[in-house]
Design a protein around this ligand. Structure first.
Ligand SMILES: Nc1ncnc2c1ncn2[C@@H]1O[C@H](COP(=O)(O)OP(=O)(O)OP(=O)(O)O)[C@@H](O)[C@H]1O
Ligand SMILES: [Mg+2]
Length: 473
């Protein structure tokens, strides 16, 4: 049996803690910085709380060491903000000699520890050590918590990468308003999920969310679907039917695959959005509509405008705020979290625990996922369907995922290093044997211990490479 690893272990987080030092005195800042970097930790420094908050906003900080008398909002104000916005960041305060009450107040506000100025370096070092140990212990738990946290209002969106954090911020912002949003991104990046999160995080959540797939209907039907029709408007219109724009009330109309909308309908849609009125097909009366419009597409609308297949005025109208979803290959650090979430979902359904082997996980991190999250989710589902677990192996992954280009078996006239040739032969045999190592060893006419040893070696290599790749994200 191969060694299994939890997906969370593979998450690329900095191995060392990042410490932010906030003090307006240059001398204290540089003294603290020396102590912190001597301890092998990453340091950031700020002279004001404003600078500190900027740094906190840019990248995760694990520990903040702050003076209490620091401009502008003071140490206590900073602790409050940190507790509110970055609850996982631990704070140590620096207090002046003789102001123990403020230290008490700071601890009451959530500071983990304090140290009185002037302090001795060994004292700072030992307090820092303690905080770092707590950080290290917390680290894995924290990753797991992040994984499991059901984001209220985010309708199941998973991912903690900086790129996704940006998306969450935008969602939060736009959910409080009614202006149109255009969501762009490759297929399977989560456009519909984002549209739902915008709707369900805002005040409209109690109103309908109405998706319309503009690519799924023939043009005449889209018009009738969107605007409704009166009885007898066309063959088959036996009843008067309300249009989806009206059904959405003051909720959200989600126009999916907007790039597929025929141009004559683009004009009608533009008019409806602008005038907040529609005319049902075959009808004469106008009906008021008030829904918010969110549109999504994986097409390049600007290129379509150039070619004349998408109306520029509609584009301007829809593109008030644009949310661009990153392809999964640009946020590989989120892959282990997604994998974990999908495995847990499958576990909940089947009642069995699942885990990917190290080699499988490493390959999942190496592959580029052109079909993005959808493709990843399908691959996880497939693996759990093929293998009853608990350990899912390389052979349980779709073959295009398990064997990227440089792993295929070479052509007969291809020359490559013997070691590489051997590796490919072994991986190929393993695939042919559906992951059965004994069988693979037989196919290769080698002993099973030799096969195990080689696989272990590849595992180590692969993990190293994929960690580097994910770290580059
Ligand atoms: N960030 C994410 N967290 C969790 N699941 C996600 C995420 N992004 C996408 N998914 C899942 O991936 C699948 C595809 O997502 P969705 O349908 O929203 O993609 P899409 O961008 O609309 O794709 P398409 O362009 O093909 O319609 C869904 O099952 C969705 O739940
Ligand atoms: Mg979609």
């Amino acid at each position: 049996m191969s060694t299994a690893t939890s997906a969370a272990q593979l998450i690329e987080r900095p191995a060392t803690a990042t410490v932010l030092i906030v003090d307006d005195e240059d001398s204290t800042r540089s003294l603290c910085r020396d102590v912190v970097s001597d301890a092998g930790l990453r340091t950031r420094t700020a002279a004001t709380t404003e600078q500190a908050l900027e740094i906190l906003d840019q990248a995760p900080v694990d520990i903040v060491i702050t003076d209490l008398r620091v401009p502008q909002i003071g140490g206590i104000g900073l602790i409050k903000k940190i507790r509110e916005m970055y609850p996982q960041t631990a704070v140590m305060v620096l207090t002046q000699y003789g102001t123990i009450e403020s230290a008490v107040e700071a601890t009451r506000m959530g500071a983990a520890d304090y140290i009185t100025k002037p302090f001795h370096i060994p004292e700072l070092r030992s307090k820092l050590d303690r905080m770092v140990r707590t950080f290290e212990v917390d680290n894995e738990n924290r990753v797991l918590r992040e994984t499991l946290r059901s984001r209220p209002g985010f309708a199941g969106l998973i991912g903690v990468s900086a790129k996704m954090q940006k998306v969450y911020k935008l969602i939060e912002k736009v959910s409080q308003h009614a202006y149109p949003v255009l969501i762009l991104g490759e297929s399977g990046t989560g456009k519909e999920l984002v549209a739902r999160s915008i709707h369900f995080s805002g005040v409209r959540r109690v109103k309908p969310f109405v998706p319309v797939d503009c690519s799924a209907l023939v043009p005449t039907l889209i018009e009738a679907e969107l605007f409704g029709h009166v009885k007898g408007a066309f063959t088959g219109a036996v009843h008067t039917k309300q249009g989806l724009m009206e059904t959405a009330e003051t909720g959200t109309l989600f126009l999916d695959e907007i790039g597929e909308l025929p141009t004559d309908l683009q004009a009608k849609l533009l008019r409806a959005i602008q005038e907040k009125e529609i005319r049902p097909v075959g009808g004469t009366d106008r009906v008021a509509v008030a829904s918010r419009v969110i549109a999504a597409t994986n097409r390049d609308l600007e290129a379509m405008i150039q070619k004349g297949s998408f109306r520029q005025d509609l584009y301007f109208r829809l593109n008030v705020v644009q949310i661009k979803l990153p392809p999964l290959r640009e946020r590989k650090t989120d892959i282990p979290i997604l994998v974990n979430a999908f495995l847990e979902k499958r576990s909940a359904e089947s009642g069995r625990p699942y885990q990917f082997s190290e080699a499988a996980m490493a390959q999942i991190l190496t592959y580029d996922w052109p079909g993005n999250v959808r493709e990843l989710e399908n691959a996880v589902e497939r693996a759990t369907a093929l293998n009853s677990g608990p350990v899912l192996d390389l052979a349980d992954l779709p073959s295009n995922v398990a064997y990227t280009m440089n792993q295929r078996v070479p052509m007969p006239d291809e020359i490559m290093p013997l070691e590489e040739l051997e590796k490919r032969a072994i991986l190929h045999a393993l695939h042919e044997a559906s992951g059965d190592k004994l069988e693979a060893a037989k196919l290769l006419k080698i002993g099973k211990t030799t096969l195990y040893r080689k696989l272990k070696q590849y595992d180590a290599q692969k993990n190293r490479l994929s960690r580097q790749a994910a770290g580059a994200n």
